[in-house]
Design a protein around this ligand. Sequence first.
Ligand SMILES: *Cc1c(COP(=O)(O)O)cnc(C)c1O
Length: 374
Amino acid sequence: MEKARIYLSSPTMHGEEQAFVEEAFATNWVAPLGPHVNAFEKEMAAYTGCGYAAALSAGTAAIHLALRLCGIRPGDVVFSSDLTFSATCNPICYEKGTPVFIDSEEETWNMDPAALRKGFEKYPNARAVICAHLYGTPGKIDEIRAICEEAGATLIEDAAESLGSTFKGQMTGTFGHFGIYSFNGNKIITTSGGGMLVSGDEAAVDRARFLSTQARDPARHYQHSQIGFNYRMSNVLAGIGRGQLLHMEEHKAKKKEIYRQYREAFAEIDAITMNPMNPDGDANNWLSCITIDPASGVTPDRVMDALADENIESRPIWKPMHLQPVFEKEDFIARRETGSVGEEIFCRGVCLPSDIKNTPEDMERIIGIIKGLF
Ligand SMILES: *Cc1c(COP(=O)(O)O)cnc(C)c1O
């Protein structure tokens, strides 16, 4: 008999989500606006301390609107994390900007402030920086913010993976002029698909809502002075989000416990290192990852294959953007003269199953399979 599937990170519903969705149906608010959308924005603003929030159809849409609000013009350089998901930087291309990728540092796997400084030396007119907090570990966001301020560039924090993670007690996503969160199905809380743009700048968030609903001028007839988007979140999905947000701290605690169990189990295996934590922060541990010393002879593929044979899902680390065929012509800035930190992490790393529904037996199975390879 096939063994029960263990997922990397799948949705976990609790019941309140369905009650909110039923309320949306009962009141016929089945539209990309409505009371759940407004309430979800307020509740997210209260949870993160971000100031203001606009609920959107995806995290990618939120990054796109943030860039639009920065006034990126064709050819403008925008710095992006290199080791991340392509959604971090794709919107730069929607706006016809020029992405330049910044290498990671080893301490948190996130954007290296030293490499970012080098980037501004080469491109002093770069307009914006999009910086991701990978796998929920907060980056060196105070240094990054200071560099952006000095250079007069707008900081956009991609906190898609790091909702609930803090740096020096402050929520990730609230350091930049803009922050974004994702509620995609695999994230720490989900609306099946969705995202949020946040900022302390109320006028900017109002403009994001305007742009996300086709940029209709305040006239009775349909009048448009600008190009808009259809990016607003549905009231049905906002209901799911409100239910999920009630369980945010519980999800975070469970993710942290998964990380703790892996860390403890692999402590005795010298070739395995857990993904790093930022000593100045508190991570949500969205995904637990390992890197493997190549001298051990065990490759990430070997680990992923061994898990897949047992019907267990795992994933490679994000492949750095400067190694992607689609971004082949774009510039890449590293602190080092040769190679890159991000490439090394990619070549050595695996994302382990971090589903909060994992039972103690599931964790034992996963850990046993991996340990058996060493
Ligand atoms: C998931 C993710 C996004 C995109 O969010 P969507 O809601 O799927 O559009 C952006 N950046 C990172 C780093 C992500 O992991």
